[in-house]
Write a new protein. Structure first.
Length: 72
């Protein structure tokens, strides 16, 4: 599961970088269709890359020893 999320994370980063590049370095963003493509690349890229840090924190928390009984 983590491997799939890592792959999706890198795909999302690539989409985000392509969208930012198109926005900053080309005239593609001056057209309405270009604005739509750029917004979709940036939005879907960030959406795809967001679950990985959450999954890594959950995995890390499950590996931690339980400290509930050690306080007594």
């Amino acid at each position: 599961m983590i491997k799939l999320l890592k792959i999706l994370h890198f795909i999302g980063i690539a989409m985000l970088l392509v969208g930012v590049y198109l926005y900053l370095q080309t005239e593609f963003g001056q057209q309405v269709s270009g604005m739509l493509v750029i917004a979709l690349l940036i939005g879907i890229g960030t959406l795809i890359m967001s679950p990985l840090p959450v999954a890594l924190v959950i995995e890390w928390a499950q590996k931690q020893p339980s400290s509930f009984n050690s306080k007594e």
